[in-house]
Design a protein around this ligand. Structure first.
Ligand code: SF4
Length: 348
């Protein structure tokens, strides 16, 4: 009996990967999704914490895509391996700390690894890439680089722009009808939106800059600051999660404050109280503040005054704060820092 070809689709949770998988599924191919967890993903995390994002649906968009397409989704943790991509990108960074080209090569190579480890149960890889959509990774000259350097070569099919590229293995083998693929190009999203309408997709995610925090200017500044302060380009998962949360204030090079901006963030930072010295206003409602780095006892008063500045006692003469410094608890009465005393250079 003739075997139904199987494809593995890179699912970020955005519209393009949803459409690419749907197009191939529509040609009678068995499609399964693969989603890589790097730690920098925008998915769910901050939306679930912050009150400002209450209008956003609290969901993991990659799971939502898989559910919408009724396909299995393989979620693969690549946090450790991905560090080398972020720290030493061979093709450099984009506008911020986003190593998009190396990232795409790496993810496609991981999808290929998934195929080989399955003993070629799957035949080819699908991505939602569109030529000209993104300045770094989705250009006419970089599309072949991804195919080649990942090792996927012509097992990599981009259904949304395939007609602008040479035929791939699934097209040549007749598993996929090239005539029913697309020739989208450029940054115009209208063709994707029209195709989504055609399929009846309305509730899809529309990330603003990209699929991860590394495209975000403020986030990238905080990551660069972390590396500079530590004197090395490295990170742990907690570091990059905490960069997504709170105001980051560095009054001195050897320590910084992570000040919760709202109740949801205070609740989130509570989970880090055992790992960090921290400060909490007691006499007035106010944010939990974590102290990251190597603050000394001499730094505590300034850190407490900054914390008080962001409490409801900011205009009071004195605010009582609880300080847990290196496991010791003390109460301090401090005068909240005035707005003009906070140097803009401290704000990361
Ligand atoms: S936006 Fe982030 S996840 Fe997407 S390709 Fe670029 S670096 Fe990779």
């Amino acid at each position: 009996m003739k075997r139904t070809p199987k494809a593995i689709a890179l699912i970020s949770g955005g519209l393009d990967s949803l459409l690419a998988a749907k197009v191939i599924q529509g040609q009678g191919i068995h499609v399964e999704g693969i989603n890589f967890y790097t730690g920098f993903c925008v998915e769910g995390h901050t939306h679930a914490i912050r009150r400002t994002d209450r209008d956003k649906v609290k969901r993991n968009n990659a799971l939502w895509v898989a559910e919408t397409l009724d396909i299995p989704l393989h979620i693969i943790d690549i946090i450790e391996e991905y560090k080398d991509v972020v720290i030493n990108p061979k093709h450099g960074y984009g506008a911020n700390m986003n190593p998009c080209l190396d990232c795409k090569i790496f993810m496609v190579s991981k999808a290929l690894q998934f195929i080989t480890e399955s003993d070629f149960e799957y035949d080819f890889i699908i991505t939602g890439e569109v030529i000209g959509q993104r300045p770094m990774s989705q250009r006419k000259d970089t599309m072949p680089v991804i195919a080649e350097k990942s090792g996927a070569n012509d097992r990599l099919l981009r259904p949304l722009c395939a007609k602008n590229l040479p035929p791939t293995l699934p097209e040549r083998e007749g598993w996929v009808d090239r005539d029913q693929l697309f020739d989208f190009s450029g940054r115009n999203r209208k063709p994707q939106i029209a195709l989504a309408k055609h399929y009846g997709f309305t509730d899809y995610a529309q990330p603003a800059g990209g699929c991860c925090f590394l495209t975000d200017k403020k986030y990238s500044t905080k990551l660069a600051d972390l590396w500079q302060a530590r004197g090395e380009r490295d990170y742990e998962l907690d570091d990059i999660m905490l960069l997504k949360v709170g105001r980051h204030i560095r009054p001195k090079s050897h320590y910084k404050l992570i000040v919760a901006r709202e109740e949801g963030e205070t609740r989130f930072l509570q989970g880090y109280k055992k790992q960090f010295s921290h400060i909490q206003p007691i006499s007035h409602r106010g944010p939990l503040t974590l102290l990251d780095g190597a603050p000394t006892l001499d730094d505590i008063e300034l850190a407490a005054r900054i914390t008080a500045r962001y409490s409801q006692g900011r205009d009071a003469d004195s605010v009582t704060v609880e300080v847990i410094f290196e496991g010791e608890t003390t109460m301090l009465e401090v005068n909240p820092l005035a707005a003009h005393e906070i140097s803009p250079e401290w704000m990361i």
